[in-house]
Ligand binder design. Structure first.
Ligand code: KG4
Ligand code: ZN
Length: 339
């Protein structure tokens, strides 16, 4: 079965071709237009998707050496995401499937991240996944294909959002996760003790707004910001220590909650997914803790951590194999829930 996957939920325009679960092409265009605004501007994202979508889909088909007449189905992200951005890929996918008279399936973006590890590894069920991206932080238990149970999620900022906001405070640019990761590698993670928010009652929910605020107060109290709490002036080595200490606090919480859930739900397989799963400390710490408990750990290669069409094609392929298709009437849903 040859599937075209389309992803336009945020600021990556991506299309991929998947043949019987094997990636034949995965073209990703990251929109650079947002960097100067320090975050994604929805209207600019939609317009950029519109400009890029035909070219990206064409490139994906050409690279895969697949003619559109030979596609067996089309999958596109239905949500969650920016509604105007989602609409571009979703409408494009629907129109193409209508023209070609082949099945169409709308895919939950989080479901795409959830199964992204299986693009290169054999699936093992049940498994537990920590999905950490710019918009979401969740722990999901997957009993069998497409049977998901949300164990916990963030109550405020997503992990990636916290990285991006702290990077902005530190004057590091957007998106800031990878920049913090790189600076942290040369810093001392014990230099500053930022709070770890575990929340009460052993919940698997997360909260990252507290740590973000404590970084802000730390900068203010140490005279590193101007009167408007902006324009940071931080000595380079100290900047590295702040990055390392902040990153360690976030990773501590992510790792300990995932491990606690793995023990409670008695799973042997865990996976990481989403943009923040590219984080080097998160990967190292997870690997160490998984080994201690004899758990098998998967994480995607960087290309599949970020938003990409291949993961959407994969989740769509799974749905089509289960006989699940969507009508052409399905709407784009900004806060689509994982079911
Ligand atoms: O999954 P993704 O590409 O898009 C969403 O669905 O949100 O995730 C993007 C997020 C951004 O917040 C970015 O700062 C973060 O992933 N990120 C990282 C790293 N690389 C990307 N965060 C921490 N460490 C990294 N190495
Ligand atoms: Zn994502």
């Amino acid at each position: 079965m040859t599937i075209l996957g389309i992803e336009t939920s945020c600021d990556e325009t991506s299309a991929a071709v998947l043949a019987d679960g094997v990636v034949k092409s995965n073209i990703i265009s990251s929109q650079l237009v947002h960097a100067k605004y320090g975050g994604v501007v929805p209207e600019l994202a939609s317009r950029a998707h519109l400009r890029l979508i035909i070219q990206i889909v064409d490139e994906a088909l050409t690279k895969a050496e697949v003619k559109k007449e030979n596609l067996d189905g089309i999958a596109a992200t239905q949500g969650p995401g920016l509604v105007g951005a989602l609409l571009v890929g979703l409408s494009f996918g629907k129109a193409m499937s209508f023209a070609l008279q082949i099945p169409f399936v709308g895919v939950n973006h989080m479901e795409g991240h959830l199964y992204s590890n299986f693009l290169e590894n054999d699936p093992s069920y049940p498994f537990l996944s920590l999905i950490v991206s710019g918009g979401h932080t969740m722990i999901v238990h997957v009993e069998e294909p497409l049977k998901h149970r949300l164990l916990g999620q963030t109550r405020d900022d997503a992990a990636g959002e916290a990285f991006d906001k702290v990077a902005k405070m530190l004057g590091l640019g957007y998106p800031g996760g990878a920049i913090i990761d790189e600076l942290a590698a040369e810093g001392n993670s014990r230099a500053i003790s930022f709070p770890r928010s575990f929340l009460e009652g052993g919940t698997y929910d997360f909260s990252f707004s507290g740590i973000k605020t404590s970084v802000l107060y730390y900068l203010r109290n140490n005279g590193m910001l101007d009167a408007e709490m902006k324009n940071p002036s931080i000595e380079k080595d100290h900047l590295k220590d702040i990055c390392a200490s902040f990153q360690a606090a976030v990773v501590d919480v992510l790792v300990s909650k995932t491990m606690a859930a793995a023990v409670e739900y008695k799973v042997k397989n865990i996976s990481l997914a989403g943009g923040v799963s590219a984080n080097s400390l998160l990967r190292t710490r997870m690997k160490e803790e998984a080994e201690k408990r004899h758990l098998k750990l998967l994480y995607p290669r960087i290309e599949y951590c970020m938003d990409n069409g291949a993961m959407i094609a994969y989740a769509g392929w799974m749905r089509l194999q289960h006989g699940l298709t969507s009508t052409l009437e399905i709407p784009a849903v900004a806060n689509l829930e994982l079911v």
